[in-house]
Design a protein around this ligand. Structure first.
Ligand code: PNS
Length: 159
């Protein structure tokens, strides 16, 4: 059984994230989406709110082999606790690469048995990020086509 972890801040989940979740769920037997702490970011949503939004989106997408959790420690420790073979990360532009490569190497040093697998983001979502979505919301832009339907009201309530 091949198990993967898809970690992130997901503040909030976007359609780009959901696309990576759907494709990973098709490749792995079991996928854990884990809401984690990125110490460089100040989140808009609590971890519970972010998990709820992801769970609703995963359910609406009919994905049966995906579980949504949160963890506050090291990613590789969480991955080990799930007996995961792989960590999944989406790559959008070249600008993502430097940091993602550093993280993958650091994680490999700590846990050599766990591979990081990069999925190229769908070209539709190359420009999309949670940060852009929050900025759009602050200026009243229509978020349809950027985040799952269940997330739109949640963002509008925050801004
Ligand atoms: O969606 P993000 O903000 O790019 O996700 C980054 C995240 C949360 C996956 C990363 O910051 C992370 O792994 N945090 C947990 C602590 C950890 O293990 N850091 C990496 C050590 S090199």
């Amino acid at each position: 059984m091949k198990t993967a972890v898809y970690p992130g801040s997901f503040d909030p989940i976007t359609l780009g994230h959901l696309n990576i979740i759907e494709r990973s769920a098709a490749v792995f037997d079991k996928l854990y989406v884990c809401v984690m702490i990125n110490s460089d970011k100040k989140p808009m949503f609590t971890r519970e709110e972010r998990m709820d939004m992801i769970r609703d989106a995963v359910e609406a997408a009919g994905l049966k082999n995906v579980e949504v959790e949160t963890a506050g420690g090291l990613l590789v420790e969480y991955a080990k606790s799930k007996n995961a073979n792989a960590i999944v990360r989406g790559l959008r532009a070249v600008s993502d690469f430097d940091w993602e490569f550093q993280m993958a190497l650091a994680n490999k040093c700590i846990a050599p048995d766990i591979e990081t697998v990069f999925l190229a983001s769908s070209e539709k979502f190359t420009y999309l990020s949670s940060t852009i979505v929050k900025e759009m919301a602050r200026y009243g832009a229509d978020l349809q086509g950027f985040v799952p339907a269940n997330v739109i009201d949640k963002i509008m309530q925050k801004v």
